[in-house]
Design a binder for this molecule. Structure first.
Ligand code: CA
Length: 678
């Protein structure tokens, strides 16, 4: 019997299959398969699955966390890095912890103030906070044991990913690849919070000594003065541990800025961006890497979940790792040495025709480098063919279950690039990327935006079954020995499918978009399926009207837990209403509106939506009452709403700039107010 809550250790995680009622680590096991041997809930009885309990959260921001369940207690995070411990059978709150992330730090977050979860070890719960702290909490009381700042607060780092604990060390990375940071992953002693090692993913200023031999090698693949913008290569999501080989695998993100031309003007692969890297967990020493996107120019992070498995390929047993990163190719690597075994597109892509198995490099198409005067429509775009929503792998069906996004993007190089402190640094033409308002052009683009759940055979490298969705940004997946796959949808359902053939077996109306990874566990002898619901993240924040393809849902942030025969019900859903916009007077000149468009797309669109259309999570500025009075300037220039994340932009924007932005928003409102547009 465990003697204390969250009494997790290496042996318990490695032997997780001996206690399948627990979900003790982010991906359940170190191999991150998100497969559970539980089968009381199965494809014969799942129709009787009903809501057991739910727990409402005090936020309307995106929910991305996978809960950890240990010995009857569920631990998870919500937006703003808050931590909750609930009785896993009843949903009763045991404790909660608010790290009090300053609201104004949100301006440094590319992708909502989300958090993907905690990790548990030896009676403690660990969380990384949006403002870069790593905090250890007592699992019994929720009281803070230690806290350490993992970043330099002079740079725009954020933590949204879940830590892992490996051999007593808490492993954590960070994000900020669009904001001028240098990527790294760190290991901290779980007892003391002391730094044990740090591995930088990109070289720093070559005038100073390199921190590791691989960085000296990597520096030869960069040109220009990349270190001045940090370089990027952030480890914002995936960390997997391999107890068999004693290797740690991390995924790295894009370089800063996105466009290779402005990042590394005389070429080079820019190692170790957009790569899978293997490290020694005791020291952080480099072992090997595989770069998926040399000289990335599209924000094709390799931060999507890495899954470890043993596969038989061409009659040979192989220890592999698998990843379906943003770039649309499904990679199978030999994880003993990083050698590429296979890579095939798991959905439509047009930036590369394939991956050369001899060199390991993508074969880029003519459109890929967007050299022309017109924007190049490239698929996938920065949202990725698959992003952080966890995929799962079933060793029973031998299939990986991937939440796939089909959404392209128009890339065009701007004439010049100047780094900003209060805006993301893309190094692409943000006005050209905007959704055109000509209805014919717009509708043609919107018609291409789709999503799907794909059951992928990683040996044959082909889809075995596919469930079409109306749009992207559907939930992470869970596979079970009950021949089931669970997935939430962006449109507001939580669903179960037969794992072997994709037959839809069960659906629950969740009242909000469901993005997070589900888990299954036992408490008091019964099986429960849990998923954190709550629409948000980068897609509804940044993609504007494109995000409506997935369904116009509101955010209802809530833990949903199901069991066979569950009889609970949700309170009635509030209807979402979008009153017809009425035109406002707009005295600004066409030049002012054009200037406002440029500024809006640079500074505002990341959160308030492409071309001023909100995806429904943050305020739609076309509908703002501040369009008509001076409150607009007080918010934009004085920071009246900074506690909610809307800081003052007065360091980079003048009153004339703020006026131009408002004029553009009014222009957009008036465009959409015309009756024939809707
Ligand atoms: Ca990125």
């Amino acid at each position: 019997m465990p003697i204390k809550p969250a009494d997790v250790n290496e042996s318990r995680i490695i032997n997780a299959d001996h206690e399948p009622g627990n979900w003790m680590a982010y991906g359940r096991t170190y191999g991150e398969q998100r497969f559970s041997p539980l089968n009381q809930i199965n494809d014969q009885d799942v129709s009787q699955l009903g809501l057991a309990w739910y727990y409402d959260l005090d936020t309307n921001r995106g929910q991305e966390a996978t809960p950890i369940v240990v010995d009857g207690v569920m631990y998870f995070t919500s937006a703003w890095s808050k931590v909750f411990a609930l009785n896993a059978a009843t949903g009763k709150l045991l404790w909660s912890y608010d790290p009090k992330v300053p609201g104004n730090w949100a301006v440094n977050a590319c992708c909502d103030v989300v958090n993907r979860g905690v990790t548990a070890w030896n009676g403690k719960i660990f969380v990384g906070t949006l403002d870069g702290r790593l905090i250890a909490l007592d699992a019994t009381t929720g009281r803070r044991v230690w806290e350490t700042l993992t970043v330099d607060p002079n740079f725009r780092y954020t933590i949204t990913g879940a830590p892992r604990v490996v051999k007593g060390k808490v492993i954590i990375g960070n994000g900020g690849g669009e904001f001028g940071v240098r990527g790294y992953v760190s290991a901290y002693d779980n007892e003391t919070g002391k730094l044990v090692w740090r591995f930088y993913t990109v070289p720093g200023d070559p005038a100073k000594p390199f921190e590791s031999p691989i960085l000296a090698r990597a520096a030869k693949t960069w040109t220009g003065e990349w270190w001045k913008l940090g370089g990027g290569g952030t480890v914002w999501n995936t960390i997997a541990y391999d107890p068999e080989l004693d290797q740690l695998y991390i995924g790295t993100g894009n370089g800063t800025p996105w466009s290779a031309k402005f990042r590394s003007p005389k070429g080079g692969d820019n190692l170790l961006t957009c790569s899978i890297v293997a490290l020694k967990p005791d020291t952080g020493d480099y072992l090997w890497h595989y770069q998926e996107d040399p000289a990335d120019a599209w924000d094709f992070d390799a931060d999507e979940d890495i899954i470890l498995a043993d596969l038989v390929i061409d009659g040979r047993a192989r220890q592999v790792l698998m990843q379906a990163p943003k770039n649309g190719f499904f990679y199978v690597l030999d994880r003993t040495n990083g050698a590429l075994i296979s890579a095939k597109p798991y959905t439509f892509v047009n930036w590369a025709s394939g991956v050369d198995l001899r060199t390991g490099r993508p074969v880029e198409t003519a459109v890929a480098r967007y050299q022309g005067a017109d924007p190049a429509p490239i698929v996938p775009g920065p949202v990725g063919a698959h992003s952080w929503q966890p995929m799962s792998y079933s060793p029973v069906t031998h299939l990986a279950y991937i939440p796939v996004n089909d959404a392209g993007f128009k890339y065009k190089l701007p004439e010049s690039f100047e780094a900003k402190k209060l805006a993301p640094n893309y190094g692409i033409d943000v006005v050209a990327a905007g959704l055109p308002q000509d209805p014919k052009v717009k509708n043609a683009i919107l018609a291409t935006v789709k999503g799907k759940l794909v059951a992928w055979d990683p040996v044959q490298q082909k889809a075995v079954w596919t469930m079409e969705r109306t749009g992207p940004w559907n939930g992470g997946t869970l596979a079970t020995a009950g021949n089931l796959v669970f997935e939430g949808t962006a449109g507001g359902n939580f669903e179960a499918y037969r794992a072997n053939n994709g037959e839809k077996m069960w659906s629950f109306r969740a009242q909000t978009g469901v993005m997070a990874g589900p888990v299954i566990y036992q408490a008091s002898g019964e099986e429960y399926v849990a998923v954190l619901a709550g629409w948000g993240g980068v897609f509804p924040l940044a993609a504007g009207e494109v995000s409506f393809a997935s369904g116009r849902v509101r955010n209802v942030s809530r833990m949903l837990v199901f069991k066979l025969g569950g009889k609970a019900s949700l309170p009635p859903a509030q209807a979402v209403e979008y009153p017809q916009l009425t035109a406002l007077p707009n005295p600004a000149s066409a030049a002012t509106i054009r200037k406002g468009e440029q500024l809006f797309q640079s500074y505002c669109a990341e959160c308030h939506g492409d071309v001023a259309v909100s995806g429904g999570v943050l305020p739609d500025l076309r509908r703002s009452s501040t369009l008509a009075d001076d409150t607009w300037f007080e918010i934009v220039l004085q920071g009246d709403l900074q506690s909610q994340g809307m800081v003052s932009f007065s360091k980079e924007l003048s009153r004339d700039d703020a006026f131009a932005i408002r004029s553009y928003v009014i222009f957009r409102r008036n465009q959409d107010a015309l009756p024939e547009k809707r």
